[in-house]
Design a protein around this ligand. Structure first.
Ligand code: ADP
Length: 177
C-alpha cells in the first residue's frame, strides 16, 4: 500500500488526550514515576507545562465540559475545585493510537480504593469517597484524564494554545503505532 494511503487509513485512530498531574502528584514528588507510565506504552508527549489555574478555569473544565455537578452533585464539585486549587499542576497532551481510552485505562477508576493494582490510582493511592466526603475534601487521586474524545478536544482547547502543541516524530512510533 502506498505510504499516503496507509496514512489516510490510520490517521483516524490517532487521538490526543489531556492529562493533568494534580496537586497531590506534584507535592508528593511522583510526577516522574507517573509520566513514565505513559511514556513506556509509547504514548507521545505533544505538550506539557506547569500551571496554577484559577477557579474560573476549573469551573469550565469540571462543570461546562465534564458536567460534574450533574454527575456527582454540588458538594463533590466544590470539594474538588478546592482540592485542585491547593497547588500547581502539570498539564500534558498525550498522543497515540486510540489514546483517550488507553490513558483512562492506565489511570484507573476515579476512586483509588476501587482502582486495580497496576493502574496509577491503584498503585499510588488508597483514598475512598467515604473517607474524603467525611473529611470534606476532594478525592486526591493524582491524575485527571479526559473522559471522552469530545471532552478531550474541548479540554485541550481550554488548557493549551495551538502554539504550545508540537508535531514531531518520536523513535517509538515505528513499533508502538
Ligand atoms: P474523573 O476524574 O475520574 O473523570 P469525575 O470527573 O467524576 O472523575 O470527578 C472529578 C474529580 O472530582 C475526581 O477525579 C475526584 O478527584 C473528585 N471527586 C469525584 N467524586 C467525588 C466525591 N464524591 N467526593 C470528593 N471528590 C470527588
Amino acid at each position: 500500500m502506498a505510504k499516503e494511503e496507509t496514512k489516510a487509513k490510520t490517521q483516524d485512530f490517532i487521538q490526543r488526550s489531556l492529562v493533568v498531574l494534580k496537586p497531590d502528584a506534584v507535592q508528593r514528588g511522583i510526577v516522574g514515576e507517573i509520566i513514565q507510565r505513559f511514556e513506556r506504552v509509547g504514548l507521545k508527549i505533544v505538550g506539557m507545562k506547569m500551571v496554577m489555574p484559577d477557579e474560573h478555569l476549573y469551573r469550565q473544565h469540571y462543570e461546562d465540559i465534564g458536567k460534574m455537578i450533574t454527575r456527582r452533585g454540588e458538594q463533590a464539585f466544590r470539594y474538588n475545585v478546592e482540592y485542585m486549587m491547593t497547588g500547581p499542576v502539570i498539564a500534558m497532551v498525550l498522543e497515540g493510537v486510540e489514546a483517550q481510552p488507553l490513558v483512562r485505562k492506565i489511570v484507573g477508576p476515579t476512586e483509588p480504593k476501587a482502582a486495580e493494582m497496576g493502574t496509577i490510582r491503584g498503585d499510588f493511592s488508597h483514598m475512598s469517597f467515604g473517607y474524603s466526603d467525611a473529611k470534606g475534601v476532594g478525592v486526591p487521586n493524582l491524575v485527571h484524564a479526559s473522559g471522552s474524545l469530545e471532552e478531550a478536544k474541548q479540554e485541550i482547547d481550554l488548557w493549551f494554545n495551538g502554539n504550545e502543541l508540537y508535531d514531531y516524530s518520536d523513535l517509538n512510533e515505528k513499533y508502538t503505532r
